[in-house]
Design a binder for this molecule. Structure first.
Ligand code: AVI
Length: 322
């Protein structure tokens, strides 16, 4: 943050609020039924996700943090000095802190986040901790290209930061759209540092999404509680159970809420019937191969300029350029 004691100034691009009810009615009308995973992250859902990252079976967060720390010097050399770091979504701040510490004289930090409250909560500490980094949060939908606020000190280039393998939660079409938006935002001389979970033994992957403490199951079921709260649906949380399976050919975890019995759910006056054992799709979490990821980014007009993996090749960081 700046040395003077002012709160970081928010640029508000007034993103269109989510149409939760419309999305849910559309998803429940499909066969098989589905619900969008972006609605996992209300306050309780974000708390549960934070707990997931501390479960022994959930390896991605732990490995990515270690990888960022171990590769700091190489990442800094590859990225170059005086970057304007642009983070897609506002995470817990731990990864951001590691990256800003690693980089050579970063000029500014811009988290782009659709939730104003999450955005403001995330920047406060970072702003206090990094005196020489101007914190310039933008409230916007990062799936569209976002014009960057101009820092007081001139940045050499932009570096988009998209850790956590969050890209893996999007469909192929959505991730292409996201990568193309990233390409615009990074500009001619910029880059993007993206975290990706890599394909590995299905047992390891499935364990990460079926932790013994049941936190992931609670996280998945919280989606129904959130919808009951926000759109007045009447999902019975005891009537559904969490199921996460690794689909090897597709290279992704597919998470479902499975109906424990025949039942009806009413959403805004519309009645939806669930058969006993009916599986409703609620999340994808794609796991990548090097070839698959390179092909994906190429489709968006990007290339992998440099790559870092942990020693077991479980998780990777990729520096993308035009
Ligand atoms: C946020 N995202 C990358 C997580 C993942 O691993 O796909 C969300 C998650 N879902 C269940 N566990 C974690």
């Amino acid at each position: 943050g700046s040395r003077v004691n002012a709160a970081p100034e928010l640029t508000d691009l007034h993103p269109t609020p989510d149409d939760i009810l419309g999305d849910v009615l559309a998803g429940l009308s499909q066969s098989p039924k589905r619900l969008p995973s972006k609605y996992f992250y209300d306050r309780r859902g974000s708390e549960l996700f934070e707990q997931i990252t501390r479960q022994p079976e959930y390896y991605p967060t732990r490995i990515e943090l270690q990888l960022l720390a171990d590769s700091a010097a190489e990442i800094s050399a590859a990225v170059g000095p005086r970057a304007h770091v642009v983070e897609y979504g506002s995470g817990s701040g731990r990864k951001t802190r590691l990256l800003l510490d690693a980089l050579d004289d970063p000029v500014a930090y811009t988290p782009i986040e659709i939730s104003r409250s999450a955005l403001l909560a995330s920047v406060e500490r970072l702003d206090r901790e990094f005196d020489d980094v101007e914190v310039l949060p933008v409230c916007a939908d990062f799936t569209h290209p976002v014009p960057l606020p101009r820092p007081a000190r001139k940045a050499e280039h932009a570096l988009v930061f998209f850790p956590g393998s969050t890209l893996g939660n999007f469909t192929h079409a959505e991730s292409l759209r996201l990568l193309r938006a990233m390409r615009e935002t990074m500009g001619e001389r910029g880059g993007a540092l993206v975290g990706i979970d890599l394909q590995k033994s299905p047992e390891v992957i499935e364990a990460a999404y079926n932790d013994a403490a049941g936190i992931t199951a609670a996280f998945t079921l919280n989606l129904l509680a959130r919808l009951n709260n926000d759109i007045g649906s009447d999902f019975d949380l005891d009537g559904f159970e969490h199921r996460a399976v690794y689909a090897r050919e597709a290279g992704r975890i597919e998470t479902f809420l499975v109906s424990r019995r025949a039942q009806d759910v009413v959403v805004d006056g519309h009645r939806f019937h669930f058969d006993e054992g009916e599986a409703m799709q609620v999340e994808y979490s794609h796991k990548y191969t090097d070839a698959g990821f390179a092909a994906l980014v190429a489709e968006a007009g990007l290339r992998v300029a440099q790559r870092w993996n942990d020693p077991r090749d479980w998780f990777g960081l990729r520096l993308l350029r035009r």
